[in-house]
Write a new protein. Structure first.
Lengths: 261, 261, 261, 261
């Protein structure tokens, strides 16, 4: 049967990335430090570079490789190995493989100690080839209370949910940090963590704690950056916070971009 | 050329709605009370009922009719006439026509008076036929400050953006109310309106006003309902508020469903 | 500590639904017929009715109840029991509990037999009280090839991904059907199922099978309806298909609404 | 009144971007070549760089500046001037200003000539400062018919809607190209344009034209790249196509990244 994808291309343009996207697949995610594993749902983007003279890639191999790896737990290191495997399997010089999934922590309310699951989003990205990249993405929500609103008002202060996102590039040999410590670092950069379950005593605690710790969106990313640079094995990071302003219909955001050296 | 859509169907099932959806089109929206017109962007869903013995409808006629009406301003009454026109044009017993667009108001900050445009979403729905329905949808954001958090805490109170949505069914002969008064009614059901532009003096005002007027999500929909029932020409409504909780990753919501008699 | 939620309300309006929404939680979903269980990710909406004289509900109890049930597998029947439990727990006359999750099947390519996971969306809804409702929602993608395009063209025919959604109301005592048979019923209503993984021989098969079985969006919902009415225990259903038209920027859709007697 | 934003920051981290996002505003968009103007709806992201020693920016100035410019038409050149104005207004070394809006063309069906509006998305981005960037973003849908499916099948070929996106960096002095010619360039890279309105004769034409011109997702971006490099004033571009596969639940994509010299 004719194989058109393997034909020659003549435009002279190499393809930077070609592959599949928006592919949902069951995943057992793994925290490489603690060994904790969670069955969850992942969304994949899997692509390779294609030289100028090759017409097409073999899209079905991405899905076949995902199925072949079965339910083996996936941490950042294992994800890197999977990207290297795909690079070979597709006969490519570079692969760019990204997965994103929901990760849960059992979080206790600060006073009553009542616990429930709190979601966050974790992503792994691996780019193989001449300029390798090993990236961890973390997204978590926290509470931001406005210092200006507090300072100028006789009572109260506006506050809102803030979505904090970080992308961390790791040295090739570095291992993934404990999810929970990284998530805590981000939450502590804001006015207060948020919680899945609060009783009245907890609500009092969170309200007052946030009021006592006001932060601008600029402060959140600076607080996080100050902690992130102290983590081992990090070569670069981007940290962004988006405040879902409770006094506006639009959002405010701030971003720090940092790289070692 | 063969016309397959006009063929006979044999399953015995009538189609409740068949048509196009997700169709974006330029729109001049009109406030029937004030006469104000705005050039904006609409998303349309246009469908008709299809009897059990007819195989298909003529999808292209929906788009042709939209183009044919050109830039004539569209208020709720004109929307109803357009639905009647489509009912005839498609040879249907019932049409179900819905459009949604962004509508702006020039809103002044409460102290400095600085003004900017504030968005809201407006929708019209017209169902023709034996059980006619003429519905106005309005969606606007406001600020909600939690009464429990205020009452139990020594300082501060958690607050958040609240998305308030109402669907109002009008008597056939009723005209659309002034957009601005309906939007104001909804905003005043919450702790405070939100604003596109606030200077420090305004921020103090809004912060304190919201602190002085705490509402649960249940209160918002009850406050709105109390006002809505007094409006003329309304046969039924649904009012819903969704608080984007600043202490949780999930939202809270409340809904009231009301009909006359 | 003061309990404001338990205070009295005076507006005279009962709240139809009040609760939490957009709450993501780990879930072990269960197929009641086959007994198959899958660890997946659910999004919950959980609400109760609130009488006119009660000011607020106790939002934290929804999350606490979800955590308390732990990882017990959830089929449609168990979901109903959970809704009854929440009705009692919140002291309500009616609860309205909905969960939606991604469900996977191992699907084989039609010629080579190569298998991979294919996603679909499943939802359960339970409304307790005077007008109980027990609803299964299923959403799956399939392939639709246009009969008109085939009939009028000398070669080829336009085709597209079609998203098929059904909501089935079950008699109180009915059990959930096997997911896989319901999903297959929906896929067979279109021109062809879609697949997670196809080699060239499979692609030939699917292309020709779809070309030999053209369907309008109206045909898809009628084909499905013809099969659905024959299933036991169904009191009502809504079936909808949305074709992501490959010749337009907008979509086409059709819906059948059916109830027994 | 105290001005906390103007206070000093001590973390040592400069903020790469701080500002507002998700801000919807009415816009009169302008095609700099043809002079055509359209009233539409824009979504803005507006940010500036903040030095390490400054605590906060003045968010309200972004919205005030947007309101102050009123309904003056906005082309890519005027957008650049607006970014320069904001840079000054915020006292920043660099601003990063992005707007995205829906742009319509009146498109005629290929045989009957029946015309209707067809949407596309246009975006402008301007980054001022030491490394200035002037970027035009264009997103349009087209039809892609699979060459492999056509070659291996005895009849038919799978095809789908393809979303084509390009980001073009312009030399500082370059003017925006005519929207319509750029959109046509992208559409002609696929198997066929799509249309807002097709009668049966048109549907035959489009079906056969697409069948006669099969393209992989890789071909689409190469076809577009071959044309784009010939346009004057372009310093770099990224072109991406995403095929909404009609045989899969996931999408396929390809991307070319190019820069002059």
């Amino acid at each position: 049967m004719i194989d058109i994808q393997s034909g020659r291309a003549t435009s002279g343009f190499a393809i930077e990335s070609v592959g599949v996207t928006g592919l949902r697949y069951p995943l057992v995610a793994r925290d490489d430090v603690t060994g904790e594993e969670q069955a969850t749902l992942a969304t994949w983007r899997m692509a390779v570079a294609l030289p100028a003279d090759k017409r097409g890639t073999h899209m079905s191999r991405f899905v076949a490789a995902l199925e072949a790896r079965g339910r083996r737990p996936l941490g950042l290191t294992e994800h890197w190995h999977f990207a290297e495997h795909l690079t070979q399997l597709l006969g490519a010089e570079r692969a760019d493989i990204e997965t994103e999934f929901t990760w849960f922590r059992l979080v206790k309310a600060p006073v009553t100690g009542q616990a429930a699951q709190l979601e966050s989003k974790i992503g792994y990205r691996a780019v193989t080839g001449a300029s390798p990249q090993k990236t961890l993405r973390v997204q978590v929500a926290a509470k931001a209370l406005c210092p200006c609103s507090k300072a100028v008002s006789d009572r109260g202060a506006h506050n809102q949910r803030s979505d904090i996102e970080v992308q961390i590039d790791y040295e090739p040999a570095a291992t993934q940090p404990a999810m929970s410590s990284l998530l805590a670092l981000l939450e502590q950069s804001a006015s207060s963590p948020i919680y899945p379950l609060l009783k009245r005593d907890d609500e009092k605690y969170v309200t007052e704690a946030a009021y006592d710790n006001p932060v601008f969106v600029e402060d959140i990313v600076r607080n996080a950056a100050t902690q992130l640079v102290q983590l081992p094995g990090i070569s670069a990071f981007q940290i962004q916070a988006i405040n879902r302003e409770s006094i506006h219909a639009h959002d405010c955001y701030a971003r720090i971009v940092w790289s070692r050296g």
